[in-house]
Write a protein that binds this ligand. Structure first.
Ligand code: SAM
Ligand code: FES
Length: 349
């Protein structure tokens, strides 16, 4: 086991069998060693910095039927909301004054926002704040739409692949297509975005082999960002009685990902902080180097309910910033409020 982890640390790669072997056989001491190596790798490349992104959840309307997701189209118990362009810009103003230089605009797949509206939001933000990076996370769109947003100034796009196993993908989604999701990711790369892929750990029926495929898919795609969080059941979904992903499993996968993709920007997600009070700190110690405090207006936060028990729904943006900053600093890391582009991407352009 230690030999394999050392090999991964040195070469940033393993084959499928080696990776499945690790996932199948790793014991607690092996996990600690893996986390140590992931930490070394992150320190070598990004140092102790943790990059801050301001997250704006601007719509919880969604046309998709992801079976695990609390805001999927079939959930009639969700009180739906949409932020106006003005609301979104107000969130950016608050965020900018708090020092954020990346805004992440996330939402369900909501066709109410036509391309020209999305382009309008991006243009307004970039005109007002030329020094910020805009990240979109609004699901699957056509090549042409992605291109329009990019030309308007969007810098990054988060689209978790959810799972690199076709069978599992089809089991956990209703009206989504595996090939299309994958194609979207390759399209985003081609257009020039800094791309974020990712998946949940502990989704019902997920096997170790599925996780191995996820990591090897990431290795092939080489995204600049990777979002990994535990699956957490939501009361209005068919998975409400299932167990969620565990902290230990999730940080093990984060550490593996740091070693496979040493340059990636890896968030310690809100979901990780939801399943354990020190989840985000542990994620950061295992190689994560991004956090995304919530800038959405507090009155809508509870409504963007992907899973039960989501933390930070009551805090104002400023409180979120100071809470998470204290956590980062007391874990021995430092805050970085800059745009925080992927280092490799920065040297490529
Ligand atoms: N609609 C966009 C998309 O499809 O990429 C972005 C929003 S979507 C809600 C963001 C991510 O939330 C998904 O990619 C999924 O991995 C995660 N998510 C959804 N339901 C979840 C759950 N029950 N537990 C943990 N994460 C969840
Ligand atoms: Fe669309 Fe979750 S099903 S955001």
């Amino acid at each position: 086991m230690i030999n394999l982890i050392d090999k991964l640390h040195k070469t940033n790669n393993l084959d499928y069998d080696e990776l499945v072997f690790i996932l199948d056989h790793i014991e607690e001491s092996g996990k600690d060693y893996l986390i140590e190596k992931a930490h070394e790798t992150r320190m070598k490349i990004y140092g102790d910095k943790v990059y801050m992104r301001g997250l704006i959840e601007f719509t919880n309307h969604c046309k998709r039927g992801c079976k695990y997701c609390g805001i999927n189209a079939s959930n009639k118990n969700v009180e739906r909301y949409r932020l106006t362009l003005e609301n979104i810009l107000q969130c950016c103003d608050v965020g900018y004054n708090l020092g954020y230089r990346t805004f992440v605009l996330q939402g369900g797949e909501d066709d109410y926002y036509l391309d020209n509206m999305i382009v309008g939001v991006i243009t307004e933000i970039k005109d007002k704040y030329p020094d910020v990076a805009v990240t979109l996370s609004i699901g699957e769109k056509s090549y042409e739409s992605y291109e329009k947003y990019y030309k308007a100034g969007a810098d990054r796009y988060l689209l978790r692949h959810e799972t690199a196993s076709r069978k599992l993908f089809e089991r956990i989604h209703t009206n989504s297509n595996y090939d299309n999701r994958m194609e979207c990711l390759w399209n985003l790369k081609k257009i020039g975005y800094q791309v974020g892929a990712g998946f949940m750990v502990g989704i019902p029926t997920q096997a170790k082999e599925d996780l191995a495929k996820d990591i090897l898919f990431l290795k092939e795609l080489e995204p600049e960002m990777v979002g990994i969080g535990p699956f957490i059941p939501h009361r209005d979904t068919i998975y409400k009685y299932e167990e969620g992903g565990t902290l230990r499993d999730t940080i093990t996968i984060i550490a593996l990902t740091r070693l496979f993709l040493p340059y990636s920007l890896l968030p310690a997600t809100t979901a990780l902080g939801t399943i354990h009070p020190l989840g985000r700190e542990q994620g950061i110690k295992a190689g994560a180097n991004v956090v995304m405090p919530n800038l959405s207006p507090t009155k809508v936060r509870e409504k963007y309910s992907l899973y039960d028990g989501k933390i930070c729904t009551g805090d104002e943006a400023a409180e979120c910033r100071s809470c998470i900053e204290n956590r980062i600093v007391s874990s021995g890391f430092s805050i970085d409020m800059s745009r925080g582009d992927n280092i490799k991407w920065r040297t490529r352009i």
